[in-house]
Structures are given as C-alpha cells and as structure tokens.
Write a protein that binds this ligand. Structure first.
Ligand code: ARG
Length: 458
C-alpha cells in the first residue's frame, strides 16, 4: 500500500478501508492530465526560484519517462497506489530520488485533483463537440438529399400535415446545434485553472498562478482558492448538457425505431447497425437505436448522483467529491459512444421515399389544405372544417384518399369545388405552399439549409 501521508499514523490502514478509500481504479483515466499539471507546476516553481533548474530538469525528465513507460505498457498503473497522484509521485521518487520529493511543493491533492478533473473534462467537452459536429454534417447531408421527399408530419403520433424528410431532419439539426452551443458556454465558464489553490487557503510560497494557468491553456486562475478546490459546477453543467444530448438522441432513436417497424417501413437500418434474433429468423432489430434510448437513463443518473453528492458538502474539499468521477466518466463515454454510433447508423440508413409519400397521401394530411381551399372560395373556416370532416369520413368508409374522389363526388359536399382542387391538395402543393420561415416548402427549406451551412462553416 503506497500512501503519501503515513507520517502521522501509527497503525496500518485496514485493507477494506484502503480499498474503499482508493481511487486508482478510476482516476488513472486522467493520468496524462496529472502529468501535464505536474509539468506546469514544476516549471513555475523553478521560475519562481523555489526549485533549481537542475531539480526542474530532473523532475521533467522523470515525468517524461513515467509517461513514456505507461504509454508503451512497460509500467502498469496498479492498485498498489491509492490514487493516480500517488502513483506518479512514488514512481518519480523511485526514478530520480530526492528531487522527486519536491514535486508537491506548494500543492495539495485538493487543487491537483480539481485541476486534473477540469483538464480531463475540458478535453471531453471538446471531443463531444467534434462528434456532434459530425452528426450535424450527416443530418445536413440527409436534409440536402431530401428537400423533395414528402412524408407525413405527426402530432400525437397521428398523421397531421405533409412535410419533407429534410424538414424533419432540420428539427434535429437545431437541437444538436443548441447542444453544441451549450458546450461552448460551458467551456467558456470552466476554463479557469484551480491549481495554486492549495488545500483550500492558497499557499505561502510565491506561486505564479497566471503562469501555470497559461501553460495549461486556461484563460486565467480561479479567483477564490476555496471555490477552486470545491467547485464541481462545470461538471454538473456538462452532465446536464450531456443529458440533453441524450434526450435528443433518444427521441430521434424512438422515431427510427417506429420508422423501421414492419408497419411503417419508412426506413431500413443498414445490416451493420441492426441485429437478428436467436429464434426468429425474419428479425432485423433496431438494437442500436434501442440501446441509445436505453442508455439515456444512465446519463441522467450521473447528473442526479452528482447533484445529490454536492448538495450537503460544506466548504471546502471533502472526500465525498471523489464520487464526482466514476459516473461522470461513464456518462462521458456513454454519450460520446451514442453520438458516434447514431451518426453511423443515420449515415447508412435507407429512406423508403415512396412508402413515406404514400403514407402522407393516405393519411388525410391534406385535409387542412382542402379546408383552406374552401375558405379561399368564400366558405367560412368553421363550415369548411365541417365539410372536409364529412369528406374524410366518406373516404375512410371507402378506403380512399380525398384526391381519389371525382369532382362530382366532391361537389356533392360543396358546390365550391372545381377542377383546381386536385392541384390545390396535391402533396407537393401542400408542402411547397408552406413558405414561412422555418416551414417545409422547398424555397423556405433551401434558406434553412443555407443557414445550417453558414453555422457549420463558422
Ligand atoms: N482521490 C481524491 C479525489 O478524487 C484526491 C484528492 C484527495 N484529497 C484528500 N484531501 N484526501 O477527490
């Protein structure tokens, strides 16, 4: 058992207590961040005259060696150490002797872990942002290819009005765009360096916190050392943003599952993204979409967990905060994995355009437009609504669409109908007349797509 704090203790830590307390099993995830933080700290200590240049160089060389050996697999991070910080320090002392013992001058594990977690999370924010960008590019491609692909738009999962696949996809473009904006906001708020906060009250050494902050790519140091060691807001914000990403992905997944069902057949998921059944040979299941939907709960769980952990912690550091890691790491890996897999599934998915168009035509999605036709011919809207309602009932009884009726039949319901009704309620007219900003009409959609490009090219 390698501990950094044996001096004050007279008994060995109980094995169960040791295991309960240890974090090496998960905090090794930010080994590289820990080494990077130590490099910056040591350079600063030397610049401030607290370490000699020889000591600095020995420590930097030692850190390089440890990192190279861990990366090549020569040196394993084992349970023998309490946490990743102890692992690095103990190995450094083994390698370079006494100079290694000076690494931790003017630093506490409290500001060290606050730094490591922040550095790691910052990288994750950027990675997720990149993955979301890929997803947006894929969505935009589907939009561009489908500005004329007519499908039913739904409310209450009932066919409502005709839209295009481009329009439907455009809604998801907006959601994931906002998700990225949230990540950018979080980045701006979190990018301040807690290193130099010490255990809680700063330190008596003349540290240059601006230097270490700049060295590590932060905008500057955090302003209050107690807050520096005990703030996990940025992580809560990130978990919340990831929960929203997952909520969006889960809605999208739910639609893919519905669209892929035998009843809908709007889409066909590529073989590479579906699985079969061990007993039913005909099955091709949308497991990836189902798993994305299912994993959403896990990410919400991580958010609830950390909010609950933090709510009763007095200032400043308390060991409860070690619980900020495992579920957050899991949420980060889960969210990134889901975004990447969903992107692949979407990119390879086939859209059955004819099935979608037929579905729109046979769902009375043009009923509103038929009523509007009568309104344009002088019938008050409420009466027009009633007339079209009767026509719909008539069609349902015969299993036909409104445009399957002859002009004679239509005129039986209202003498305002004329031959131009067929043109007025064709799916193409219904969609393309909708030209308000953000609507599915061809020209409005091209405008929307242009904005999507401008956003992505920024
Ligand atoms: N493993 C600890 C954590 O994750 C590191 C900080 C330990 N600090 C302390 N005072 N025990 O929070």
């Amino acid at each position: 058992m390698a501990q950094l704090w044996g001096g004050r203790f007279t008994k060995e830590t109980d094995k169960l207590v040791y295991a309960f307390n240890a974090s090496i099993g998960f905090d090794q995830k930010f080994f590289h961040e820990d080494v990077a933080g130590s490099r910056a700290h040591v350079k600063m200590l030397c610049k401030q005259g607290i370490l000699t240049e020889d000591e600095r160089d020995a420590i930097l060389a030692g850190l390089d060696g440890i990192e190279a050996d861990v990366d090549s697999g020569k040196l394993a991070i084992t349970e023998e150490y309490e946490d990743v910080h102890s692992f690095v320090e103990a190995n450094l002392i083994d390698r370079i002797g006494d100079a290694g013992k000076k690494l931790h001058t003017g630093r506490s594990r409290n500001d060290q872990v606050a730094l490591d977690m922040r550095l790691y999370t910052r990288g994750q924010v950027q990675e997720l942002d990149g993955l979301l960008k890929n997803l947006l590019e894929t969505i935009l491609r589907v939009m561009e290819e489908n500005t004329d692909t007519i499908m039913p738009g739904f409310t209450h999962l009932q066919k409502a009005q005709p839209i295009t696949l481009a329009h439907h996809m455009g809604a998801y473009f907006e959601m994931f765009k906002r998700d990225r904006l949230r990540l950018h906001d979080i980045y701006e708020r979190m990018n301040y360096c807690p290193l130099g906060s010490g255990a809680l009250a700063g330190t008596t050494y003349p540290l240059d916190r601006d230097y270490t902050a700049a060295e590590l790519g932060f905008y500057g140091p955090t302003d209050n050392s107690m807050d520096g060691v005990s703030d996990r807001d940025y992580l809560i914000e990130f978990l919340s943003a990831m929960s929203t990403v997952m909520m969006h992905l889960s809605r999208f997944s739910e639609e893919v599952i519905i669209w892929n069902s035998n009843e809908y057949r709007f889409v066909e998921i590529d073989d590479a993204y579906s699985t079969g059944s061990s007993i039913m040979p005909q099955k091709k299941n949308p497991d990836i979409a189902e798993l994305v939907r299912g994993k959403t709960g896990r990410v919400y769980g991580a958010l609830m967990s950390l909010l609950t952990t933090m709510k009763g912690i007095p200032l400043a550091y308390n060991k409860d905060m070690q619980e900020d890691k495992e579920l957050a790491f899991d949420a980060m890996d889960t969210t990134k994995g889901c975004v990447a897999l969903f992107t692949g599934m979407l990119a390879t998915m086939k859209f059955n355009k004819q099935v979608m168009a037929d579905s729109a035509r046979h769902g009375f999605t043009n009923a509103t437009d038929a009523a509007d036709y009568l309104v344009n011919h002088g019938v008050p809207f409420r009466d027009a609504h009633g007339i079209i309602g009767q026509i719909v009932l008539h069609c349902i009884e015969r299993g036909i669409a409104i445009d399957d009726m002859s002009l004679d039949e239509l005129q039986g319901f209202s003498d305002k109908f004329d031959v131009d009704i067929y043109e007025a309620i064709s799916m193409e007219t219904c969609v393309n007349k909708r030209l308000t900003t953000g609507a599915p009409g061809h020209d409005a959609m091209l405008e929307e797509i242009k904005k999507c490009h401008t956003y992505l090219d920024k």
